[in-house]
Design a protein around this ligand. Structure first.
Ligand code: NDP
Length: 481
């Protein structure tokens, strides 16, 4: 059976204690590879390698750093087929989705930051003829990057690329549930000639490897994407050590559909924003609010189209929905569907596990589920489910729907459907959310700030925001007379 290895100091090595964790294929429910069960000893080794590499990498010219990152980007593009299949086997997502979204985006992350650093300049503030201030932006040192399982390589590289582009060295941990593409990336980094120690990848459990990174005294900045509870734990440990923190956390995003929307576009995109990646994208719109005069028409069309979505083997291009990531996660989603019933919700479609045939009979499949009849403030409408489950709720006025939309502890993304220009701007301004999409979803320009408010996170990633995070500003003031 294939053994994944840690990537430390430029080499692929076994974990210190030679212990491994089973890695499951969610589509079949079978173990197909082994993940290092690393701990703080492996993190210590990785941090030492990163610290040793930092003095040289931090003064390597930006042109040279850019050249190596571009090479990594090219190698990801070269291996798109292999990486997409690996991502699908590890995560359960359709191969077609990984090939269209996850892997191209991982290549873009490296490409984007390889070129961004060439255009990154710092500020200067002149005090008339008295003095000039200029700001230096230096890499910080060793960055800890911790990422989740839903978009494994996509989110892993979204952190690692800006961190190393701006001259830091990295100790990174992908989710223990989906480590394979990060492992394959380590092979590509070696092939691209990334100097040893610049990127170190330690595989294993969050409570061992993740917490060892967070609490390591020589890792002064942590970029984390994952659940809100884990984010709070990381903040608790990191805050007294005065670490720089970027936290991208959970969401419970509203999707607001006004009666004057472009109906066909709203239905088509809402199917995607509800069920893409089995609903396991932090940006999915899981609470759908529909203006009452459109409610019945929207419901009928949306439910019919949801029922027509094919679920099954992620490698079969006809299947829009694959398996959810793990047995434990499937059980969590099913428990929320039971909760919705107890809270008085009516299941319009789905609402159960799907049993497949043959080699997929033990896989983790859930029928896409649409629920109505729930109050906006019940647990089903307030807590993150992170699966193929959405609720439909009618509304009468703009004020009412804004109150519903802003009622959760989260504030990551929101979606608005209307052809009324002034309302679009007004509502976008009043939503408590880091990102608002109007008449679209998941349209991303990598230069824009990305992140959430309230319990959805602290700080922003994307564009120069990430380069600001991964560098420390130092102001120099020169008196002119
Ligand atoms: P988790 O918070 O469980 O895990 C995220 C990462 O943190 C994993 O690598 C995990 O390791 C690690 N980890 C767990 N415990 C600790 C700890 N004590 N210290 C340090 N690291 C730890 O999230 P999931 O992987 O379940 O991902 C789903 C969540 O991520 C959802 O809430 C989703 O909304 C959010 N998310 C947010 C995004 C955003 O941009 N805002 C984007 C995508 C997802 P291990 O896997 O081994 O437990």
């Amino acid at each position: 059976m294939q053994k994944i290895r840690n990537y430390i100091n430029g080499e692929l090595i076994e974990p210190f204690d030679k212990q491994y964790i089973d890695n499951y294929n969610p589509a079949t429910g079978k173990v197909y590879s082994l993940i290092p069960d690393s701990d703080e000893k492996d993190v210590k080794l990785a941090a030492e390698a990163a610290l040793a590499a930092f003095p040289k990498w931090s003064v390597t010219s930006k042109e040279e750093r850019s050249r190596i990152l571009l090479k990594i980007s090219e190698l990801i593009e070269r291996d798109i087929e292999r990486l997409a299949i690996a991502e699908s086997v590890d995560n359960g997502k359709p191969v077609a989705l990984a090939k269209m979204v996850d892997i191209p985006r991982a290549a873009s992350n490296f490409h984007f930051y390889a070129t961004a650093i060439l255009h990154y300049s710092s500020e200067s503030h002149a005090m008339e003829d008295v003095a000039i201030n200029y700001t230096l932006r230096n890499p910080v040192g060793v960055a800890g990057c911790i990422s989740p399982w839903n978009l494994p390589l996509y989110l892993f590289t979204w952190k690692v690329a800006p961190a190393i582009a701006s001259g830091n060295c990295v100790v990174a941990k992908p989710s223990e549930i989906t480590p394979m593409t990060a492992y394959l990336l380590s092979e590509l980094c070696i092939e691209a000639g990334l100097p040893k120690g610049v990127l170190n990848i330690v595989h294993g459990h969050g409570h061992k490897v993740g917490s060892a990174i967070t609490s390591h005294p020589k890792i002064p900045l942590i970029s984390f994407t994952g659940g809100t509870k884990t984010g709070a734990e990381i903040a608790r440990v990191a805050a007294p050590m005065f670490k720089k923190l970027s936290l991208e956390l959970g969401g419970k995003n509203p999707n607001i559909i006004f009666a004057d929307c472009n109906f066909d576009n709203a239905v088509k995109t809402t199917l995607n924003s509800s069920f893409a990646n089995q609903g396991q994208i932090c940006l999915c719109g899981s609470r759908i609010f529909i203006e009452r005069s459109l409610y019945e028409k929207f419901k009928t069309e949306f439910v019919a189209k949801t029922k027509a979505m094919r679920v099954g083997n992620p490698a079969d291009g006809n299947n829009k929905i694959g398996a959810v990531v793990s047995k434990a996660h499937m059980e969590k989603i099913l428990s929320y569907i039971e909760l919705a019933k107890q809270e008085g919700g009516s299941i319009l479609c789905g609402g159960h596990q799907l049993k497949m045939e043959g080699e997929f009979s033990e896989g983790y499949y859930i029928a896409p589920t649409v629920i109505e009849g729930l109050p906006y403030n019940c647990r089903t409408n307030q807590e993150e489910i992170f699966g193929p489950v959405v609720t439909l709720t009618p509304f009468d006025t703009e004020e009412e729907v804004l109150m519903y939309a802003n009622s959760t502890q989260y504030g990551l993304a929101a979606i608005v459907w209307t052809e009324n220009l002034t309302r679009a701007h007004r509502v976008a301004n009043l939503l408590h959310s880091g990102i608002v999409w109007i008449n679209c979803w998941l349209l991303r320009d990598l230069r824009t700030p990305f992140g959430g408010v309230k319990s959805s996170g602290v700080g922003r990633e994307g564009g120069f925001e990430a380069l600001h995070f991964f560098t420390e500003p130092k102001n120099v003031c020169i008196k002119l007379k």
